[in-house]
Write a protein that binds this ligand. Structure first.
Ligand code: HEC
Length: 136
């Protein structure tokens, strides 16, 4: 079955080899990808927290991920432009999080471009999800 997964990802129209449907699975996929250029890469909560809170200086209103998602992943966020409530990112309080590869990739792409001014690397994505899940 495993050998069909990349095919499934292609059929689903995903860019890249990422296929996962659990938070731990996403961390693993992104970490494997990151390890190609950073041997021994391991996702890190503290790095993820710093990434999420960093002011990238690209957008005034959307300076950081935490500008919308709050700095506590188990808390709801608030969209910095529209004021709309954003459900918590933490899968422990919001089980729908990190369960759909199309959704995860779509929002990483969109939010990273807005906040960071470029796509996020696999290492940054792995660290971010590790932070959202909390320390292990
Ligand atoms: C403009 C406000 C805003 C900012 C800033 C923002 N996000 Fe989001 N994010 C959203 C919204 C809106 C959604 C989709 C609605 C939802 O899922 O609740 C979302 C969803 C996501 C998801 C989907 C998770 C899932 O499985 O449901 C990820 C991952 C994510 N954001 C990561 C990030 C990262 C990383 C950053 C910083 C680089 C960031 N976001 C900055 C508004 C924002």
């Amino acid at each position: 079955m495993k050998s069909f997964l990349p095919l499934f990802a292609l059929m689903a129209g995903l860019a890249g080899p990422i296929w996962a449907d659990t938070p731990a699975g996403f961390i693993q996929s992104y970490s494997t990808e990151a390890a190609r250029t950073q041997p021994g890469f391991r996702a890190d909560v503290a790095r993820g927290r710093a990434f999420a809170a960093r002011d990238w200086g690209v957008s005034d209103k959307l300076a950081s991920c935490t500008a919308c998602h709050s700095d506590t992943p188990s808390n709801p966020g608030r969209h910095a432009v529209t004021g709309k409530t954003i459900q918590p990112l933490s899968p422990s309080v919001n089980p729908e999080r990190f369960s759909d590869p199309a959704k995860v990739e779509k929002w990483f792409k969109r939010n990273c471009k807005e906040v960071v001014g470029r796509l996020c690397s696999p290492a940054e994505k792995a660290d971010f999800i590790q932070f959202v899940m909390g320390a292990r």
